[in-house]
Design a protein around this ligand. Sequence first.
Ligand code: SIN
Length: 487
Amino acid sequence: MTIKLNDPTLLKTQAFIDGKWVDADSGETFAVTNPATGEHLADVASVGAGETRRAIEAGEQAMADWKALPPKTRCDLLEKWYQLMLDNTEDLATIMTAEQGKTLAESRGEVGYGASFIKWFAEEGKRVYGDIIPSTPDRRGVVIKQPVGVVAAITPWNFPNAMITRKAGPALAVGCAIVLKPAAETPLSALALVELADRAGLPAGLFSVLPSANAAEVGGEMTSNTTVKKVTFTGSTPVGKLLMKQCADTVKRTSMELGGNAPVIVFDDADLDQAVAGALVAKYRNSGQTCICANRLLVQEGIYDAFVEKFAAAVAEFRIGNGFEAATTHGPVITEKAAAEIHAKVQNAVEEGATVIIGGQPGEQGGSFYQPTVLTDVNDQMRVFREEIFGPVAPVFKFSTEQEAVRMANDTEFGLAAYLYTENLGRIWRVSEAIDYGMVGVNETAISSEIIPFGGVKESGQGREGSKYGLDDYLETKYICMGGLNR
Ligand code: SIN
């Protein structure tokens, strides 16, 4: 094992089921590697349907006591977990950089971001209010909210910590149990998180973690098991659609945080420096591997040349490399396959007439590296307009009018995040309301935090994570008719 930690016992390679560390029934394991170096990091237990079933049953049993606890007791326990995450930031970040590739600074930031969901929902869990509905003189309608039941969660590799905590936080806070399948590329972060939850005193069975190289088998059990009442997923739209279909047979609730095709719309009247700085963050955060990353830069013709010049000059300063090295500003993408897919999209654009201003090739380091890239002379027929790039490639499209910008922004099946830069207040309102997205950043692209409702429309998904709205996805609404009040 080559990951050096202050607390080596945070490095776990077994599954965590019903409060115990266990091997896969089959004895099978899968390899976890460092995308920056190709180095083998660990062999992790690869569980299947049987272990998933046991985790779900344990969750159901554990939930019975957990949901009956006073919300404050659940809050206190979750706050201990939050504190342990912060206390172990350096180790959690080290594990994350090793298995995911992002820079250590980004990993530290994500640990804080991930922990913030636990803190937020620990508190929000105390505010699960109902209603009393006035009715006829002898009756009142009472509305109460109850935990939805055992939750199954499937999370991605791009945020190996925060995408887990923003599901586990609300689920546990309102009294649910959760079984989690983390991405096969980044299971070590998930296993360290559940170790800390266990140290915080979370009762056995409430949070099981099921690493597996066999996503179809674990997902199949999660979506077909009648004890699971809700499936929450962050990942690609095709997989989300498949899970929704599988959930239909048992009419499960679902939350889906799926793909995006975010536009950054820069109008002629924008503050150029602010727009360039915002677009750089939106495009290259996590080496372009976030669902809300800028996929298309839409820049008005009057400011287009100046924008491209400044933007490309800033990109030229980036240093791609191993996330553990201080000089590195951007890490690799997750796998060589991902780098090849990104390159195929760039090649498609170039074949169709795009100009490469900078980058446009796999990184000189080879493997999973891809050069930060800026493309011009791009159009809406190219793959870089239609598909989620999920890599460090910025195609800069030109538009003339506000109507054209809105049309281009909406010309996609996705609707997660969009951003606009303008100083015109009327335009801010018009465009914000006219574009079909779940989240709009106005003169700002760093829009994520635990206090906001994160989620999309159209084929970007359904449900919201974070904020007071994030609790609703884990609650059922029950109406109780209180009659006979005149007796
Ligand atoms: C995502 O890529 O799905 C999450 C990004 C974020 O939370 O900011």
